[in-house]
Design a binder for this molecule. Structure first.
Ligand SMILES: Nc1ncnc2c1ncn2[C@@H]1O[C@H](COP(=O)(O)OP(=O)(O)O)[C@@H](O)[C@H]1O
Ligand SMILES: [Mg+2]
Length: 257
């Protein structure tokens, strides 16, 4: 019997005025895989992320998270349900340190409410210490422990992207959704991103990856879905998708050659 997918998405549509950004998009994301979502600029990839993370309400569609009905609502609820994401345009707290940025992500998974944090009682202090230790371990995991005390805005672009991943991982997601994590990275940064994503996969976290770098996507993903003008034009293994005439046409042959 087939394992229940981490996230099953059926018939999602989203319209902005006269523009049909997503038309009946469906996807089944299996546990432990890296699933790629590719397509030309404006294809609807980020809109799809915004829909599954509750930033946009779809016009239609249904979701099932590990077999249970899932209705993406507030970002906090989405994180609690087990989906974490990064953004195409990096969204960090620029004036906070790298460590603090990850600690903020971690608060989704903790018990002490705001009141506990204010009263600073013993349980709250103990939890805060655990949050800090966990955040440090995540900075180590993504490869930037040396920048724990540096303010986020003073990190290089590539390191800010890693920090975003660390913050997303702090929620202990079932599904990590990454919107163009390699954008603006040089070749060696891309190479370490590649190993980082494989490490995340190895520890059992499922990844949904939007990425423009075709070589990176083809080398990393187990399955790939291709969007064009809001519609799925292909789905399959990297080898299948790469040879698909509709995909080649959408990319005008260039990037996939
Ligand atoms: N909030 C919005 N309001 C109006 N149009 C939008 C909005 N968000 C995205 N779009 C439009 O939807 C289409 C898909 O955009 P997007 O999902 O960002 O594409 P991609 O990430 O694949 O490049 C584009 O034509 C874009 O201009
Ligand atoms: Mg986008």
């Amino acid at each position: 019997m087939k394992e229940t997918p981490v996230l099953q998405i059926d018939n999602v549509s989203k319209r902005f005025g006269g523009l049909q950004a997503l038309s009946n998009v469906g996807m089944s994301i299996e546990h432990g895989q890296i699933v790629g979502l590719i397509g030309p600029n404006g294809a609807g990839k980020t809109t799809f992320f915004n829909v599954i993370t509750g930033l946009y309400q779809p016009d239609s569609g249904s979701f099932s998270l590990v077999g249970k009905t899932y209705s993406p609502s507030t970002p906090h609820e989405v994180a609690r349900a087990g989906i974490a994401r990064t953004f195409q345009n990096i969204r960090l707290f620029g004036d906070m340190t790298a460590l603090e940025n990850v600690m903020v992500g971690r608060h989704v998974r903790t018990h002490q409410g705001v009141l506990g944090a204010v009263l600073r009682n013993r349980a709250a202090r103990r939890e805060e210490a655990a949050i800090k230790a966990h955040a440090l371990a995540l900075l180590e995991f993504v490869g930037i422990p040396q920048f724990a005390q540096r303010t986020a805005r003073h990190l290089s672009y590539g390191d800010q992207r890693r920090l975003e991943i660390a913050r997303a991982l702090a929620t202990e997601p079932l599904l990590l959704a990454l919107d163009e994590p390699a954008a603006g990275m040089n070749a060696s940064e891309k190479e370490s991103l590649r190993s980082l994503l494989l490490k995340i996969k190895e520890q059992g976290t499922t990844i949904l990856l939007i990425e423009h770098d075709v070589k990176l996507v083809m080398g990393l993903c187990d399955r790939i879905t291709v969007l064009d003008y809001g519609k799925i034009i292909a789905e399959g293994t990297p080898a299948e998708v790469q040879q698909d005439p509709a995909v080649i046409a959408a990319y005008l042959g260039g990037e996939l050659a």
